[in-house]
Ligand binder design. Structure first.
Ligand code: UDP
Ligand code: MG
Length: 328
């Protein structure tokens, strides 16, 4: 809190965004100045770009922006670690300097005007404000269908996640402090934040098309995020396997009785087809089950290693770097 005004840090993850950044950075700055001039937030507020190991000119652009205006600051990850880790790096980097953070993608898809409503909601007592998309009309049918199935699957698996909310959200510094105690390496922030608790509310907005450049989430990456989300927050799939195992065992008892009765009645005909079907089915279930259990073992392996979730290699525009070596 600076002179009773809220200090806001806007966290913007960027990966190979040289086409978008020159366009969207101006938008972010305009909205920040508007909020500063309206005295909604303090002049100490900043826009923090997190360069997620880009291979293009993104980091140079961030440096140029920071030279031009003090409100732009940046950190660079030592290599590409993925969107979730980039957002976390930004949140943890800013938590000691600000009262609230808002994380937002850098491609202009999320309506920046919702930020003002988010800050108002914070002032009315919310520690977490979720940005929720009103509709998905700008998405292709395929993206809409996969995204909606994903949210349904998540809730079926017992993961608490807000429907149609991605990573556009406001968090207060006490939520950030609590979040820093969650040490998992497999990150799925939108499923973790509800676990942190505190007062929360939603702000609804329309999602636009990307301003330029291409999405970094093709189908296989979306699938891997979905799998991470489920396996890092729910053990229901393993329970499901156990249940399936029971059912198959019960069914096989019925099969055995049927076979014995058939044997004594001398009706044990060829039976090749049914045997093959059962074998294939059981083998399929076993492989699937081993695969799912393997996913969890893989997760445990990564968690046990306790590797840092991000490593910051460069900073620009940040005054005093008290968390310089605190990269966990
Ligand atoms: N992003 C990142 N690291 C990555 C991939 C993406 O920091 O490895 C950033 C990207 O620059 C953007 C945000 O995450 O700001 C969302 O990515 P994108 O727009 O490609 O995803 P979509 O909106 O299509 O789901
Ligand atoms: Mg996008």
């Amino acid at each position: 809190m600076k002179n009773n005004q809220v200090v806001l840090y806007i966290i913007v993850p960027c990966y190979n965004e040289e086409k978008v950044l020159p366009l969207s950075s101006g938008m972010f700055l305009d909205v920040l100045y508007e909020m500063i001039n309206d005295r909604d937030v303090s002049d100490e507020s900043r826009i923090l770009f997190v360069d997620d190991g880009s291979k293009d000119n993104t980091w140079n652009i961030i440096n140029e922006l920071s030279d031009k205006d003090d409100h732009f600051i940046g950190i660079a990850q030592s290599r590409n670690r993925g969107h979730q880790n980039a957002v976390l790096a930004g949140l943890m980097e800013s938590k000691d300097y600000c009262d609230i953070t808002i994380s937002i993608d850098c491609d202009g898809q999320d309506d920046i005007n919702a930020m003002k409503e988010m800050v108002e909601a914070y002032k009315s007592g919310a520690d977490v404000v979720y940005g929720v998309r009103k509709s998905r009309t700008t998405d292709t049918f395929f993206k809409r269908f996969t995204a909606q199935s994903f949210y349904h699957l998540l809730s079926w698996m017992g993961v608490e996640a807000i429907y149609n909310h991605a990573d556009y959200r406001l968090l207060s510094s006490r939520v950030l402090e609590a979040l820093s105690k969650f040490e998992e390496v497999n990150l799925f922030l939108r499923g973790m934040i509800p676990l942190v608790g505190f007062n929360s509310t939603c702000v609804y907005y329309d999602r636009n098309k990307r301003m330029a450049g291409e999405t970094h989430y093709p189908f296989h990456k979306m699938m891997s995020l979905a799998l991470d989300g489920i396996t890092s927050l729910s053990i229901k799939p393993i329970r499901f396997i156990t249940t399936m195992g029971f059912i198959v065992v019960l069914l096989s008892f019925v099969g055995i009785i049927w076979a014995i009765v058939g044997y004594f009645n001398h009706t044990t005909v060829q039976g090749w087809a049914s045997t093959t079907c059962v074998m294939c089915f059981v083998a399929g279930i076993q492989l699937l089950s081993i695969g799912i259990i393997g996913e969890y073992i893989g997760k445990i392996y990564l968690e046990v290693k306790h590797r840092p979730r991000y490593i910051i290699s460069d900073r620009v525009g940040i005054r005093d770097c008290k968390s310089l070596n605190d990269n966990k």
